[in-house]
Design a binder for this molecule. Structure first.
Ligand SMILES: [Zn+2]
Ligand SMILES: [Zn+2]
Length: 107
């Protein structure tokens, strides 16, 4: 009795039944199709979807509304402007009012 004979297809791990292949891969080879992972095999990585659920702009986690961008970034793209982070004021960031108050009470 053969022990430990497994399919030689990488990552398959099923019992080999013929020519070092499992039934599934043996069948693939007999049909002349290139060997590929079987429909169900344990531990395989799930198929990654091409479109991410979030905006692809770095640091933006708004929902992807199509084209890999959120509403805000789609609008920026439509204006043919370089994409920039959303939620920032135009131009320079304004100084937060620290001039008064905090400065008086420095410990
Ligand atoms: Zn196999
Ligand atoms: Zn975005």
């Amino acid at each position: 009795m053969m022990v430990g004979a497994v399919c030689t297809f990488e990552g398959c791990g099923k019992d080999a039944v013929a020519k070092g292949l499992c039934w599934g891969h043996y069948g693939q080879q007999r049909r002349g199709t290139p060997l590929h992972p079987l429909g169900r095999f344990r531990g395989g990585p799930p198929k990654v979807r091409r479109t991410p659920p979030e905006c692809s702009f770095e640091g933006c986690h708004r929902p992807n509304r199509g084209g890999g961008l959120c509403d805000g970034h789609r609008r920026q793209r439509d204006r043919r402007k370089p994409l920039r982070p959303l939620g920032l004021p135009r131009g320079r960031p304004r100084r937060v009012a620290l001039e008064r108050g905090d400065a008086l009470r420095a410990p």
